[in-house]
Design a binder for this molecule. Structure first.
Ligand SMILES: [Zn+2]
Length: 304
């Protein structure tokens, strides 16, 4: 069965940020619930390029913790939700409305339905290719079948995979997973890097033995320095699977990163399965997350 999203109503015109300080003091938020599909759009308008002329806004669509939910399903408190067909329709409609759309995921696209058990995570990658994902970070569940199996799947990915604070002994993973990536869109330079949690309390030792964990705060600081000073990025986005709150004592969270590493404009997070209807703002860094299982797609509109 094919799901079609209803057409979006015309968007409220965002106020222009006029001023000479960056980052802008305000987020302009537009939120809509689409009744038939129960897809909540979190549309956040941000103006970091206020001093530059911009023809078409840059839109970032983001998901996290989709957990092999390829089909629509019934979520008790909402109803019929999710599914890659519905998600794809939304992504393609957004792309046709906003040609400068970037699609990202904050990890844990694997594990959670029999699809993963039966087909070992390959359909997830192929469908993300088809949906046109651009940049993705990994979550702990990507490692559920070990590093070798993960490398085999990631080899098929058409999107960029970023993780900054892991060092891989597996040569293929070391080649496939980059510390950061740069996307040039509409004359702007946007830098993406990825952070993952310490998996030693989450998965089997056999599955993380080929990974060395580096301190997320120190590596994030290093990334910001490189992206700002060497790569001249105008916007720095961290895809994080750390979680916004600590799961175990001593965990480093998205909030800790924002508190300790100045210069990250946006943290697109995962792992906590929390729906943040508004960004959590810490030290001028906006932290976002959209629950789980592809129920929601976050939509960030960056306009001048
Ligand atoms: Zn997770």
């Amino acid at each position: 069965m094919l799901y079609k999203l209803p057409r979006l109503a015309s968007r409220a015109t965002p106020s222009k940020f006029e001023g000479d300080i960056l980052p802008p003091p305000l987020f302009f938020r537009v939120r809509r619930r689409l009744h038939r599909c129960h897809l909540l759009l979190l549309a956040l308008l941000l103006s970091p390029f206020s001093l530059l002329a911009q023809s078409s806004p840059i839109v970032i669509l983001h998901t996290n913790d989709t957990h092999s939910h390829l089909e629509a399903y019934n979520e008790p408190d909402i109803g019929n939700v999710g599914g890659v067909v519905r998600r794809n329709t939304f992504i393609q409609e957004t792309r046709s409305q906003y040609p400068n759309t970037i699609v990202v995921d904050a990890g844990d696209f694997s594990q959670g339905t029999p699809y993963f058990n039966l087909f070992k995570g390959f359909p997830e990658i192929e469908l993300m290719n088809k949906m046109g994902y651009d940049v993705v970070t990994l979550g702990n569940h990507e490692f559920d079948n070990g590093s070798k199996a993960l490398a085999k799947r990631l080899k098929l990915a058409d999107f960029k995979i970023v993780c900054t604070n892991y060092q891989f002994k597996n040569k293929q993973l070391a080649k496939l997973v980059k510390p950061y990536t740069i996307i040039h869109v509409d004359g702007k330079t946007i830098g993406f890097f990825g952070l993952l949690q310490d998996m030693r309390r989450l998965i089997l030792p056999t599955h993380y033995q080929e990974v060395t964990f580096l301190d997320p705060v120190a590596t994030a600081q290093k990334m910001v320095d490189i992206l700002k000073n060497k790569e001249n990025c105008e916007l720095i986005i961290c895809l994080s699977h750390l979680g916004i709150t600590a799961e175990f004592e001593g965990d480093i969270t998205d909030k800790n990163i924002a508190e300790n590493v100045p210069g990250i404009d946006i943290i697109i997070g995962g792992h906590s399965h929390l729906l943040l209807e508004e960004p959590v703002i810490v030290n001028n860094t906006r932290i976002l997350q959209v629950r789980k299982h592809g129920i929601y797609v976050g939509k960030l509109i960056i306009s001048d």
